[in-house]
Write a protein that binds this ligand. Structure first.
Ligand SMILES: NC(=O)c1ccc[n+]([C@@H]2O[C@H](COP(=O)([O-])OP(=O)(O)OC[C@H]3O[C@@H](n4cnc5c(N)ncnc54)[C@H](O)[C@@H]3O)[C@@H](O)[C@H]2O)c1
Length: 367
């Protein structure tokens, strides 16, 4: 049986969510942990019985014997830490987004192309049960021609900004869509063979100040419109500042033969109309289609999947990553899918600075 030794960086915080999914995979063991927060890292190590603890990431890569690494550190570290692993032919599962600038995104693509190791972006919302079901329905052609979708990530984090201080710069300190992948990821999987070719971004202004009295650089709500290669339109709203309850998982999809709207919470449920299933144009419950269309792995999930964070996404993404390496196949969210989900947000940051101009999104396959 193949055994992969996994290193987790950012192991005192987000990295912890990956422990159980790797520990219950028969092909992997958590071998080493790294975090500059030594005390927190040691505490994490004690809870799972890992003896190799590092505060220096390169030292973990060089000395611990890991051949897979999970990057759960702040956004600006995703590319530098991915590059260090890929240079050493160590497989990478990186937190989202894949990169914080187009220049470093390009560096990452070139490094993945050069490395013998595989890269996957940990876009866990693609694995949420309802999102997987909609993906299967779309794949079966039940929406007809799909031409419009919406995604919303509404996560008020003004307080969290002050605790995880990197967020004040990288999430609320830059204007535009700084965190697109949770919304765009599932939608792009539904649309299938399509990608975003241009974006335009506008904001709703600045209504909140940080505890130092400065306005956040990111506008409170931003809307990023995305034009796809097939002519479709995707509208993404990002809001990390407005006073309101969270809603990080709103999606909709419109095709010629059907439409879908996810739950907005507060008693709402995911609803769908498909021409082939219902003569009358009226909403039906999405869950009524589970028996027929949901893949068996989600229809009869192990308890570890049900216990994992983000609607089980934290579990399934790890299983897919490991399986891709065992099968020597491109991971399902490999470097180009990661770029398709990340680059539109980076271009939106230029668009909002240029009076909401429509700007082209590069295709990483051409780099
Ligand atoms: N996919 C999801 O659902 C999801 C959820 C939460 C966070 N995230 C992503 O995970 C990442 C971390 O977010 P978080 O909320 O856990 O932030 P955090 O600040 O709570 O945790 C980051 C951890 O990285 C450590 N760290 C920082 N610099 C380091 C370095 N050079 N070497 C080693 N360790 C270092 C910190 O000490 C901290 O423990 C972010 O990129 C965020 O976008 C994703």
């Amino acid at each position: 049986m193949t055994e992969f030794a996994v290193g987790v960086v950012g192991a005192a915080s987000r990295g912890r969510s990956f422990f159980k999914p790797f520990m219950c995979n028969p092909h992997t063991r958590v071998e080493a942990l790294c975090d500059i927060n030594e005390e927190g890292c040691k505490k994490s190590a004690e809870t799972i019985g890992v003896s190799k603890v590092y505060t220096d990431y390169e030292e973990m890569l060089d000395k611990s014997g890991v051949n897979m690494v999970v990057i759960g550190t702040p956004m600006p570290l995703h590319v530098p830490q991915s590059l260090m692993a890929l240079e050493r032919n160590i497989h990478v599962l990186s937190e989202v987004p894949a990169a914080v600038s187009i220049e470093e995104a390009k560096e990452l693509v070139l490094a993945v192309n050069k490395s013998k190791a595989k890269y996957m972006m940990a876009e866990n919302y693609c694995y949420i049960r309802s999102n997987v079901l909609v993906r299967e329905l779309a794949k079966a052609g039940l929406f007809g021609e799909m031409y419009f979708a919406e995604g919303e990530y509404l996560h008020e984090l003004k307080e969290l900004n002050e605790i995880t201080k990197w967020r004040r710069k990288w999430q609320t300190g830059i204007n535009g869509n700084v965190y697109p992948t949770h919304s765009l990821g599932p939608i792009l999987q539904w649309l299938g063979d399509d990608r975003v070719v241009s974006v335009c971004c506008a904001g709703s202004g600045h209504h909140y100040k940080d505890p130092r009295g400065d306005y956040y650089e990111n506008e409170d709500s931003t809307s990023m419109m995305c034009r796809t290669a097939k002519g479709g339109l995707i509208n993404l709203r990002l809001d990390m500042l407005s006073n309101r309850p969270h809603n990080m998982t709103y999606y909709s999809l419109q095709g010629t033969d059907g439409c879908y709207e996810s739950a907005r919470g507060f008693g709402d449920q995911p609803k769908i109309w498909l021409k082939s299933k219902s003569e009358k144009i009226e909403w039906n419950a999405l869950k009524d289609l589970e028996e027929e269309y949901l893949p068996d792995w989600w229809l009869h999930p192990p308890k570890e999947a049900l216990e994992a964070g983000h609607g089980g996404g934290d579990y399934w993404q790890v299983q897919d990553f490991v399986q891709a390496i065992l099968d020597d196949k491109e991971p399902p969210i490999g470097i180009h899918e990661a770029m398709d989900m990340t680059l539109p947000g980076l271009v939106s940051q230029q668009s909002i600075m240029q009076n909401s101009a429509w700007l082209p999104v590069p295709d990483s396959r051409e780099w």
